[in-house]
Design a binder for this molecule. Sequence first.
Ligand code: FMN
Length: 229
Amino acid sequence: MDRRDFIQKIFSAAATGMALTACSKTSKAQSAESNGSESKTDTLQRKGRTKPMKIVVLAGSPRKNGNTHLMASCFIEGAKEAGHDIYRFDCAHKEVSPCIGCNHCNMNGPCIYDDDFSELRTKLIEADLVAFVSPMYYFGFSAQLKRVIDRFYAINGQIKGASKKAVFMMAYADTAKSEAEAMTLHYKTLIRYLGWQDVGMVIAPGVWTAGSVKNTKYLDEAYQLGKKL
Ligand SMILES: Cc1cc2nc3c(=O)[nH]c(=O)nc-3n(C[C@H](O)[C@H](O)[C@H](O)COP(=O)(O)O)c2cc1C
């Protein structure tokens, strides 16, 4: 970072109340767990956990520098600081064929496709928590995330009713809160069907261009959501 960028970053951080990290406005320098002086085991013990959670992050945007990509990264940063193990799956950059409903798997068996979902499959079955992260595309999840969710069909018998937690993060351009309702309802209905427990959502309205979420509170919210786990 050159001097001009540095000064610009300080001024914009001061203006928005953000700290000098991309994700958190809390004083990370004062936090033993984030400055590395606390071990992962100590962090987990302080939270009353005996082992890290296995977290799968399903990131749904094709934009590598996009808003939900950043939200997923901040969530991961917080969750890693909390001592958890993360597996990130950028749905748009993986080969995942859409389910064709052939029923070969009978909702609990091998899929006819051997693609990148094969690796995710085991991770999902073993996960303690799944994070769904998506831009709004015409009031719904991105197709890239949806095609991954549809492939849950082949492991439905193993993940439905399993003791899992879930979180949801989304971004969209419109500023009306009501526009997010269809997606949050979809998420809640999916989680209810699977018998999983929702443990938090971050909804970021009013962000359109890639990276514009940096000027909002939502990266911090994503970070805090990960960190509280
Ligand atoms: C195909 C497409 C459909 C979109 N549909 C909506 C929409 O229905 N409502 C809205 O407010 N924004 C919509 N947007 C804007 C995105 O939700 C917004 O730019 C978001 O921040 C993108 O997230 P990303 O940067 O993580 O990809 C759409 C964008 C695209 C490319």
